[in-house]
Each structure stands twice: as C-alpha cells, then as structure tokens.
Design a protein around this ligand. Structure first.
Ligand code: 5GP
Ligand code: ZN
Length: 111
C-alpha cells in the first residue's frame, strides 16, 4: 500500500514517535493526543481495518497492548483501547490501528 500513511510510518519514510516495535507490530505516539498517553498500535502488515485482521495478527496486537501498557506505566492505573472502523466509526486512516489512551482518568468522550 504505497499511499498508506501508517505503512510509510512503519517503513520510516514518515517520522513518528516510536515507543515499541517487534517483528509484527509497531507503536507510536498519536500526533494529536486525546490523553496524556495516546499511542497507536499497528500491525506491520497492512489491513484496512479490524474486519480484515487475521488471528495471528490479532494475537500480536493483544500482546503488544500488554507490552506497551507496561512500558508506558499505565498497566496498573488502567487505560482504554479503541479501534475505529469504517465511516460510522469515524476511521480516518485506513490502516488497522488500536488507540491506547491513559495517564489520566478518562471521560466517555475521549477517542
Ligand atoms: P482514526 O481517526 O483513524 O481512528 O485515528 C487516526 C489517528 O491517527 C488520529 O488520532 C490522528 O491524530 C493520528 N494521526 C494522523 N496522522 C498522523 C501522523 O502523521 N502521525 C501520527 N503520529 N499520528 C497521526
Ligand atoms: Zn498501511
């Protein structure tokens, strides 16, 4: 997907605030944070959204949520994960991503 922003971020063609990476997953800081900790966790393989995701990738994303939450110090305090899908989900970047929000008591409005 040549034209995909998050594929370019994963490839290092667009700069990002990387916080975590393994062979299947990349995580970086959202450019427009909605909470003190606002990360995007993405599979390195391009999927448009959660509906396309295979089981192996889903497992890798779940494991990365755990690793990133611990690394960012929100595993104990708690956090929220969100994956917007499609038009009514207000998905703006069509590369599957999980928002991880934390670092403060969240309201229902955040992401
Ligand atoms: P969506 O609305 O698709 O669920 O989330 C896309 C997210 O990507 C938004 O929260 C937006 O702030 C973030 N975003 C968009 N462009 C960039 C970028 O170039 N760099 C980073 N780090 N985040 C971005
Ligand atoms: Zn992509």
């Amino acid at each position: 997907m040549n034209d995909c922003l998050f594929c370019k971020i994963i490839a290092g063609e667009v700069p990002s605030g990387k916080v975590y990476e393994n062979d299947k997953v990349y995580a970086f800081r959202d450019i427009n944070p909605q909470a003190p900790v606002h990360l995007l966790i993405v599979p390195k393989k391009h999927f448009d959204n959660i509906l396309q995701c295979d089981a192996e990738t889903a497992a890798a994303l779940t494991e990365a949520v755990r690793a990133v939450a611990e690394q960012e110090g929100v595993a104990e305090s708690g956090f929220r994960i969100v994956s917007n899908c499609g038009r009514d989900g207000a998905q703006s970047v069509n590369h599957l991503h999980i928002h991880l929000l934390g670092g403060a008591a969240l309201t229902e409005k955040m992401a």
